[in-house]
Write a protein that binds this ligand. Sequence first.
Ligand code: ADP
Length: 208
Amino acid sequence: SDELKFITGALALSEKNLSQIMTAMDDVFGLYPDELLDFELMRRIYESGYTRIPVFQRPVDRHTGRPLYSAIDPSRRIGITRNRSRNVSNPDDDASSDTTPSKYGGTVALPLQVLGLLSTKDLILVDPEDAMPVEQLLAHCGRDLLTVWFDTPVNTMLTDFLVGNSHLAFVQRVNTEDPSTDPFYELIGIVTLEDVLEELIQSEIVDE
Ligand code: ADP
C-alpha cells in the first residue's frame, strides 16, 4: 500500500546518507565563468532541462596555477565535456601545453570550487547576441550556496531543506586518497529536495 511504502521510506531516510542518493559530479550539468552565453550555450542549457545550473571555477594546475583546458581536464568529472565552449575546445590548449604530470602520472589539479548557482529564470533577459560571460550574469543573479557533508543522513537533509531557503545542496567530503598531497575538500555531487522526496516515497516522481 502507499502508506506502507511511505513508512518504510521514512525509516530508510535515517539509515541512508547523501552519498547514496546524490547526483554524482560526473552527471552534473555545470558551467565555467568564462563561457559565453551565446545562442549555442543557451540552447545547451535549455536542452539540459535543469532549472538550476552550478558555476564551477575552472580547475587550475596545482603547481603553476594555470587553468586547465586540456583533453584530460578533470572538469570532465562535472560533465563539462557535454557542454564544451569555445574555450574548452580550443585546440591550442592541448594536454602538453598546460598540464604538469604528477608522479602518479595524472595532472595535479586543484579541486573543483563552486562559484555560484544560476537559475534558468535568470536567462530570460539575456540576449544571446551579447554573448555575456557566465560570470557577469552570476554577479547579478547568484543564488545562495549550501554545502553539506556526504555522510549527512537523508532525514537531516530533508529538515534542512524545509527550514532553509535553498533546495539544492553541494555534497562534499575530505579526500585523503593521494598520500603525496594534503587532504582536501572535494565536491562529489549535488542533492536536491526532489532526490530526498523521491527517497521518502520510494518511487520516481514524475516531473510535470
Ligand atoms: P530540476 O528542478 O532542474 O528539474 P530537481 O530538483 O527536480 O531539478 O531534480 C531532478 C534531478 O536532477 C535530481 O536527481 C537532481 O539531483 C538532478 N539535478 C538537478 N540539477 C541538476 C544539474 N544542474 N545537473 C545534473 N543534475 C541535476
